[in-house]
Design a protein around this ligand. Structure first.
Ligand code: NCC
Length: 276
């Protein structure tokens, strides 16, 4: 198949990927007693539009980057999972508008999801990597981690903090975009939080800067900027089709290659600004 251009890829994302979140009117949630805990509207109706947004990967190459001020200058900042800002402000900034969490973080004891103050700022968005794309009832009965039990507990403790759950069809529509634009078959695992968060912000913002998703000259085997743990698979991928995700983002980048090298910075247009 012919390799499509960056602008064609952007239009495919805009029109073939629906950035959807769960709402209480959807089956099976509509018949469950806790449906009222879900936000009434999808996230794309409640948040933004923002002019400029930053997506901060958790990569070790953010360490000693000095990008904190630049990151905080955006109207909205998205961070992932257990990535902290306290103690790392110089490199990653301190503003958190949205935090995207995988269901493993919500469920594992080490992350203290229900009690840690790390999760109490900004809008939370959770997702679960189970292979069910559209059948919500099947997914509900067989999630990878207990995302729904933890969601209900968290909402009872923090009823005023906005908290969304990604519709699994969003994950798999995005997976399909990656597969359709690659020559070889890719693993049937959902995209990483990094790509999910990037596309989420493209639906909320006019321009999105993604930091250290495509590694800069600071590229390192240090997995996260906040942990002394080394594994090249964090940057290159193992479970997630991360290398393919990065290839796609590289093709869509509207900034200079130089900005990737020096700042680890990619520039992507928001969907609202595209003329497809
Ligand atoms: O590591 P993780 O991701 O939390 O990182 C968030 C996103 O940043 C990008 N990244 C990260 C490190 C790195 N060296 N290079 C990068 O490009 C990726 O896009 C990544 O998605 C996840 O995607 O949710 C993931 O979560 C972790 C883990 O569950 C959480 O950090 C909580 O501890 C997964 N690690 C394991 O399961 C061991 C990781 O595979 C994916």
């Amino acid at each position: 198949r012919p390799k499509v251009s960056g602008s064609e890829l952007l239009c495919q994302l805009k029109y073939k990927v629906d950035v959807a979140t769960l709402t209480p009117d959807l089956e099976p949630f509509s018949s469950l007693p806790w449906a009222y805990q879900l936000p009434l509207q999808p996230i794309t109706s409640d948040l933004g539009p923002y002019k400029s947004c930053a997506v901060v990967s958790s990569a070790g190459s953010l360490r000693y980057s000095g990008l904190g001020k630049e990151i905080d200058s955006h109207d909205a900042v998205l961070r992932f999972n257990a990535a902290p800002t306290v103690g790392y402000e110089k490199d990653v900034g301190s503003k958190t508008t949205v935090r995207l969490l995988n269901s493993q973080v919500m469920a594992s004891d080490d992350h203290r999801f229900l009690s840690s103050s790390l999760y109490s700022t900004g809008v939370l968005v959770a997702w679960d990597p189970s292979p069910f794309s559209a059948d919500l009832s099947q997914w509900y009965n067989k999630t990878d981690y207990p995302i729904f039990a933890q969601y209900q507990r968290y909402r009872r403790l923090h009823p005023l903090q906005p908290f969304y759950i990604l519709h699994p069809s969003f994950e798999w529509q995005l997976w399909q975009r990656i597969q359709d634009n690659m020559a070889e078959p890719i693993q049937k695992n959902p995209p990483s939080s990094g790509l999910l968060g990037t596309v989420l912000m493209m639906s909320l913002c006019e321009v999105v800067h993604v930091y250290e998703f495509l590694p800069s000259q600071r590229k390192t085997e240090l997995c996260h900027y906040y942990q002394r743990f080394y594994d090249a698979a964090c940057t290159l991928g193992a479970y997630h089709p991360l290398l393919y995700e990065k290839n796609l983002v590289k093709r869509m980048n509207q900034g200079l290659d130089r900005d990737i090298y020096t700042h680890g910075r990619v520039t992507l247009p928001g969907f609202s600004t595209l003329n497809c």
